[in-house]
Ligand binder design. Structure first.
Ligand code: ADP
Ligand code: NI
Length: 193
């Protein structure tokens, strides 16, 4: 298992070497770390947690080409069919855009990795990622609107409400703490703007 994780980490690292919208190797590692932490006291399949955390963004429409099949490719080469199905099920249903389409993650491992991914959109790291993503997409920092595509608008359209979407109370607590920090940032931002 340890070797499999190392091989998977290397695969993600190599694939995301030019990724600079906040969906890079370090995001994958943070999600894995947080998912491991959220797994404490729960009866989880650690291999599924590790693989889903590390691979979850490789085929995301925001970062990959359409019909990208990097996750399936890796899993087909390295794990049994049952593990592959479990990981694919998580990766294909866990994103915020999946949630907006009404998709749900059913497994315990999926709910944990989903919370870990959402927590990485919050706090200081979350703030850094919004601006990285927005800059890469040539969007404004702020344009006196909460309904457009600016980075600041994204806080109000999505990020500040993520606490209510957490699957576990312990994730919600971390989310609330990180959102409080973001609100402090916004207070200062508007004071200076
Ligand atoms: P998920 O992985 O839950 O689907 P996303 O990939 O949509 O989440 O978002 C990951 C990160 O990308 C977020 O933390 C956010 O900062 C950034 N992001 C996504 N969409 C936007 C947007 N429209 N404007 C600014 N940042 C965005
Ligand atoms: Ni992610």
């Amino acid at each position: 298992m340890d070797n499999l994780i190392k091989v998977c980490e290397e695969y993600v690292k190599k694939d995301t070497i030019n990724e600079n919208t906040g969906h890079d190797y370090y995001h994958a590692l943070r999600v894995y770390k947080m998912a491991t932490y959220l797994s404490i006291g729960k009866d989880v399949n650690e291999k599924v947690i590790a693989l889903a955390s590390l691979l979850h963004d490789l085929d995301d429409y925001k970062v990959a080409s359409p019909n990208s099949k990097k996750v399936e490719f890796f899993l087909s080469q390295h794990v049994d069919e049952e593990t592959k199905i479990k990981v694919m099920e998580i990766v294909n249903n866990m994103s915020y855009s999946d949630y907006l389409k009404g998709k749900k993650v059913d497994s315990l491992e999926g709910k944990i990795v989903q919370d870990a991914d959402r927590l990485d959109a919050l706090g200081a790291i979350g703030i850094a990622r919004v601006f990285a993503y927005s800059g890469k997409k040539n969007r404004h920092i702020y344009d006196y609107s909460f309904d457009d595509t600016s980075a600041i608008a994204h806080f109000y359209q999505k990020l500040l409400g993520l606490d209510s979407l957490m699957n576990f109370p312990e994730s919600r607590l971390i989310a609330e703490e990180r959102i409080a920090y973001m609100k402090e940032f916004l207070r200062q931002f508007f004071k200076e703007f």
